[in-house]
Design a protein around this ligand. Structure first.
Ligand code: CP
Ligand code: NVA
Length: 307
């Protein structure tokens, strides 16, 4: 953030105290919204949203969030833009910066996000890349704390594919000081650079091949799809991932009041059973709701807006 522009690219790029401040603001904003209070701190501001991949939650929560803050959005898909006819990301960033106040992008390679960030003169928000999904983790930490109090010192377990959501969870574990156990099958581990960054920044991490071992006595079990968007070419047989399915037997190994989290969309019968995702431990729809509140706080931070 050398430019002084407040980009929200990754949890690793923003200090722990700033992230905590954003979460506190998210909780306050949610409380005020539920109390029926309305304010328009982003009146007249416009957010451009670029989607190179599908989305339900990210798209709708940013759109509604921006409206609740008094601003507006413009929805763009890569294929409908000149970006899809080989205009560069850098030129696109420079042009959009002349029109809008902030840009949210969901895209493929992380390099595209970074190139957009380097060339934009307005804040850029990461709405998911192949590498990370920081907005999701803001909502997830908020959700955990709503149900169980401070996350610091608690233990999470991730079971399944070592994907973008896990990478941001690795960063979150360091930024918010919780322990993280990871169980993934061979060949589906998270990228080493996220493990190294987390450990270098205080992350307390354990890795195992055994889902049962990873979830023993934890406060929260997290999983995600076995095949992420754009990763279909590296899809592997269900037999590889089935030992990582979160079912009632696995859930029972965690603490009796453990939470179950999933960023959604879920593939029921694959990474999670109906009994777990619809059961008493699951907070998946609170996570989805909190995308709205957390991102409103992210938008307010990026745009330097108060209440
Ligand atoms: N969890 C999440 O980012 O959902 P969408 O893909 O629907 O945006
Ligand atoms: N890991 C998933 C997350 C979807 C919100 C994906 O990238 O497809």
């Amino acid at each position: 953030m050398t430019s002084g522009i407040r980009h929200f690219t990754d949890l690793s790029a923003i200090s722990a105290s700033t992230l905590r401040g954003i979460l506190d603001d998210a909780v306050a904003r949610k409380g005020r919204l539920k109390a029926g209070e309305r304010s328009r701190p982003l009146d007249g501001k416009v957010l451009a949203m670029i989607f190179d991949k599908p989305s339900t939650r990210t798209r709708v929560s940013f759109d509604v969030g921006m409206r609740q803050l008094g601003g507006e959005t413009i929805m763009l898909t890569g294929t409908e833009m000149q970006l899809g006819r080989s205009e560069t990301i850098a030129d696109t960033a420079k042009v959009l910066s002349r029109y809008v106040d902030a840009i949210m992008i969901r895209t493929t390679s992380h390099e595209r996000l970074l190139e957009l960030t380097e060339n934009a003169t307005v804040p850029v928000i990461n709405g998911l890349t192949d590498d990370t999904h920081p907005c999701q983790l803001m909502a997830d930490v908020m959700t955990f704390e709503e149900h169980r109090g401070p996350v610091a010192g608690k233990t999470f377990a991730w079971v399944g594919d070592g994907n973008n959501v896990l990478h941001s969870l690795l960063e979150a574990s360091a930024r918010f000081s919780f322990n993280l156990n990871v169980a993934s099958p061979e060949g589906s581990e998270p990228a080493q650079k996220f493990i190294d960054w987390s450990r270098d920044n205080g992350g307390q991490l354990k890795f195992t091949r055994s889902a049962e071992e990873a979830v023993e006595g934890v406060d929260c079990i997290v999983t995600d799809c076995w095949v992420s968007m754009g990763q279909e070419h590296r899809a592997r047989g269900h037999n590889v991932f089935m030992p990582y399915q979160v079912n009632e037997a696995l859930m029972k190994r965690a603490k009796s009041d453990a939470l179950f989290m999933h960023c959604l969309p879920a593939h029921r019968g694959e990474e999670v059973t109906d009994e777990v995702i619809d059961g008493p431990h699951s907070v998946v729809f609170d996570e989805a709701e909190n995308r709205l509140h957390a991102q409103k706080a992210v938008l307010a931070w990026c745009l330097g807006a108060g209440a």
